[in-house]
Design a protein around this ligand. Structure first.
Ligand code: SAH
Length: 345
C-alpha cells in the first residue's frame, strides 16, 4: 500500500483522473491531511465511494509517537516514532526565538559507520521514503501545536545515501500546497559523498548544505569516518568550491571536537588553511559522548582556543548550542537505548 504522503499534488491529481475522479479531489484530500485529519473516512467533503478507493490504495503515513522526552529547559523535545512497518526513528524539535526547528531522520539506522555516532551502530535497515520524512514534520507540528519553520536533515541516516527520496522530500516540503517551508529554511548535512554533492550543486537550489568534515587531515579523518577512505578532504574541498560557485550559497562545515583526536591548535591552523577564502562557516560541536565508544569531548578551553584560531584566520565560526543533552538528543541515541531496553525484556 502506498503512503499518500509520497505523492505530490500533481501525482495525486493524476491518480484521481486515472481512477475516474475529478482532479480537484486531490487538493481536498491534501488539505485535510495538512489540517491533521488522517483518516479518509473523516474527510467529509469526499464522497464515500472515493474514500473507499483511497482506503484500498493508500495509507496516510503519519508516524506513531512511542516516546516523548522534554529537556529540563523545555527548549528541546525528542520523539521516538514508529513507522508503518514497525521500524523506529527519532526526531528532535528545538525551540528558538526565531521559531521551531526540526531535525529529521532520513534512514532507519545508517551505514556510514562514523565512530562517534550512535545512529550507525546497528547498521542501516532501510531508506525512508520522502513521505516518511514529511510525516515526521506533520506529526511533530500537531504534537507541539505550533508551526515548524526550519528543517535540518541531521537525524539518523546519510541523506546523500538516499538521494532520490531526499530530493523529492525537498520538493514536497517546499510546496505551497503543503508545508510551504522555503529552501533557505532547510539544511542538508552530509558526511561528504562527493559525486552526490556535485549532483546536488547542479540542481542549484537555495537549500543550505552542511558537510561533516571533523578532521583537518585524511589520516585523522579516517580514524573516525570510514567514508574518508573513499573521498579525500581535497576532493571535498574541491567540490565545495564548485558548489559555492554554482549556487552562491555559503557552506557550513561541521567539526565535532574529540579530545586528543582533532582538537589541537595545529588542527585549527590546518583547517583554516583548507578553508581559506571560501564562502563558508564552521560549526564546532563538542562531541556528544555515547556509551558505545571511548571518545571524549574536548574541554571548553580547547573548544574556545580552536574557535579563536579559526577566527584569527578570518573563518566564521560558531559553537553549536548544546540543547537536549539530558534527553539523549544526539543522533540515534534514543532509538538505540529503546531497542536495547526492549532486548532486555
Ligand atoms: N549523515 C549526515 C547527517 C547526520 S548526523 C552527516 O554525516 O552529516 C548530523 C551531524 O551530527 C553530523 O555532523 C555528525 O557527524 C554529527 N554527530 C553524530 N554523532 C555525534 C556525536 N555523538 N557528537 C557530536 N556530533 C555528532
Amino acid at each position: 500500500m502506498i503512503n499518500i504522503l509520497d505523492l505530490d499534488l500533481v501525482e495525486l491529481k493524476c491518480w484521481m483522473k486515472d481512477n475516474g475522479e475529478s482532479g480537484f479531489r486531490a487538493k481536498q484530500v491534501s488539505d485535510w491531511i495538512y489540517n491533521d485529519v488522517w483518516k479518509f473516512e473523516d474527510m467529509n467533503n469526499i464522497p464515500k465511494s472515493i474514500q473507499e478507493k483511497l482506503q484500498n490504495n493508500f495509507h496516510i503515513g503519519i508516524p506513531k509517537p512511542i516516546e516523548e522526552h522534554s529537556s529540563k529547559q523545555k527548549d528541546t523535545k525528542k520523539y521516538l516514532f514508529e513507522l508503518n512497518d514497525g521500524n523506529l526513528i527519532e526526531c528532535v524539535i528545538m525551540k528558538y526565538k526565531h521559531g521551531n526547528s526540526i531535525c529529521i531522520s532520513t534512514q532507519v539506522g545508517c551505514k556510514m559507520g562514523c565512530k562517534f555516532c550512535a545512529s550507525t551502530i546497528g547498521g542501516m535497515i532501510r531508506n525512508l521514503t520522502s513521505g516518511e520524512m514529511l510525516g515526521q514534520i506533520i506529526k511533530s507540528q500537531q504534537l507541539i501545536g505550533e508551526r515548524i519553520s526550519n528543517v535540518v536533515l541531521m537525524g539518523s541516516g546519510e541523506p546523500f545515501d538516499n538521494y532520490r527520496n531526499v530530493i523529492k522530500f525537498l520538493e514536497l516540503v517546499n510546496s505551497k500546497n503543503g508545508l510551504n517551508i522555503g529552501q533557505r529554511h532547510i539544511t542538508i548535512s552530509t558526511c561528504g559523498i562527493v559525486p552526490k554533492i556535485k549532483e546536488f550543486a547542479d540542481l542549484n537550489l537555495q537549500t543550505t548544505l552542511a558537510i561533516s568534515l571533523h578532521a583537518s587531515t585524511d589520516e585523522i579523518r579516517k580514524k573516525s569516518m570510514p567514508i574518508a577512505n573513499k573521498y579525500s578532504i581535497a576532493e571535498i574541498i574541491d567540490i565545495s568550491r564548485y558548489y559555492i560557485n554554482k549556487t552562491n550559497r555559503r557552506i557550513t562545515f561541521e567539526y565535532a571536537l574529540v579530545k586528543g583526536l582533532n582538537d589541537s591548535a595545529q588542527d585549527a591552523e590546518r583547517l583554516s588553511a583548507l578553508l581559506k577564502d571560501m564562502l563558508c562557516h564552521v560549526n564546532l560541536i563538542p562531541v556528544n559522548e555515547i556509551k558505545e565508544n571511548e571518545l571524549k569531548r574536548s574541554s571548553n578551553e580547547d573548544v574556545a582556543e580552536f574557535k579563536k584560531v579559526l577566527e584569527t584566520n578570518n573563518i566564521q565560526t560558531t559553537i553549536r548550542r548544546e540543547m537536549g543533552l539530558d534527553i539523549n538528543a544526539a543522533c540515534g541515541q534514543l532509538r538505540r537505548s529503546y531497542i536495547k531496553s526492549e532486548e532486555l525484556k
